[in-house]
Design a protein around this ligand. Sequence first.
Ligand SMILES: NC(=O)c1ccc[n+]([C@@H]2O[C@H](COP(=O)([O-])OP(=O)(O)OC[C@H]3O[C@@H](n4cnc5c(N)ncnc54)[C@H](O)[C@@H]3O)[C@@H](O)[C@H]2O)c1
Ligand SMILES: O=c1ccn([C@@H]2O[C@H](COP(=O)(O)OP(=O)(O)O[C@H]3O[C@H](CO)[C@@H](O)[C@H](O)[C@H]3O)[C@@H](O)[C@H]2O)c(=O)[nH]1
Length: 338
Amino acid sequence: MSKLLVTGGAGYIGSHTVRALQDANHEVVVLDNFSAGHLEALPDGVAIVQADLLDEEAVRAALRDHQPDAVVHFAALIEVGESMSDPRRFYRNNLLGSLNLANALLDTRTAENTPVPVVFSSTAAVYGEAEVIPIPEDAPKRPTSVYGETKLSFEHVLSAYDRAYGLPHINLRYFNVSGAHASGEIGEAHPNKTHLIELALLTALGQREKMKIFGTDYPTPDGTCVRDYIHVDDLASAHVLAVQALLDGSPSTAYNVGLGHGFSVKEVLDAADRVVGTPIPREIAPRRPGDPAFLVAESSRIKAELGWAPQYTDLDQIVESAWRWHRRYPHGFEKATR
Ligand SMILES: NC(=O)c1ccc[n+]([C@@H]2O[C@H](COP(=O)([O-])OP(=O)(O)OC[C@H]3O[C@@H](n4cnc5c(N)ncnc54)[C@H](O)[C@@H]3O)[C@@H](O)[C@H]2O)c1
Ligand SMILES: O=c1ccn([C@@H]2O[C@H](COP(=O)(O)OP(=O)(O)O[C@H]3O[C@H](CO)[C@@H](O)[C@H](O)[C@H]3O)[C@@H](O)[C@H]2O)c(=O)[nH]1
């Protein structure tokens, strides 16, 4: 059993991963400022540190107090569109906050003088408009959004720190994460709702008037953006494998985590129509700044090297699992009765 510090563990992906790590017999400490996370999303048996990564001393204290064997670093701001209108906030939170964590890891090295390893939540957004689809890990990194830039910048910090100080890390570049926990008890509940599937299902529940399709003039088969949708529980299992690889001494690397199949915005809305059993109202709207046309993963490396085997391979199944959560808890954690 290892002890793991999970930053952003009260968020959407974090809370699913915390459960998967517990199921793999790890002890979990969550560090979160609860700016977007939910206390109710955390299971029993987790130690909680309410702290902000921008408070470097608090981060050092958490590492000193809990002495984790590895860190899983989720905490970040995540909205691509908002990163374009408020880059200052994104660089500060995502880059400075992450830098504080990396520096605190150096400052609290173990007796053997090695910093504890890190699994970092990177993103498909580091690639930008890719020339080769599906996108392999060594494709050029040209983010089209500030959000993607902040994530790529921290990947660079990690590789420089690894070269200079030996900071083992695995960057997991997630594609579009969706769905909800198999229990139906936790799911996506972002305070700022921007994700396609969550918005479509909340529209089906009557919480929005209609869906906007952002752009129908992309160079894709139906003119709308194509994304690779991966179930959050499958992403959680990728983290369990990445943590174990680092604990076993694997060298630093990066893996794409996606299914390798792309679906357009229109195809996702059609899947949502099928799942909810009624057409969700939609209208065409202008492009959203920062959105690349295609993001589809080449994810054979994580399968070959870590033995990752996603369980959800069908878009309707993924949307159905999200629908179970939203229908049961239409207002997320705010009105959840538990
Ligand atoms: N959701 C996706 O589709 C997706 C895709 C690719 C990458 N990612 C990355 O995965 C990670 C988790 O995403 P999510 O969808 O679970 O988001 P989320 O907003 O649900 O979770 C982020 C968590 O981090 C916390 N946090 C943010 N800034 C913090 C700070 N300065 N100090 C302490 N805690 C802080 C929030 O309170 C929240 O609990 C992020 O790093 C995101 O960039 C998400
Ligand atoms: O109301 C909406 C919401 C979204 N979209 C489109 O749907 C697609 C998917 O958008 P969204 O669900 O917001 O996800 P992304 O912008 O692709 O970003 C997600 O997936 C990225 C990886 O691919 C991660 O880096 C980000 O953190 C995560 O938010 C995009 O083309 C959007 O323009 C719409 O047309 N209408």
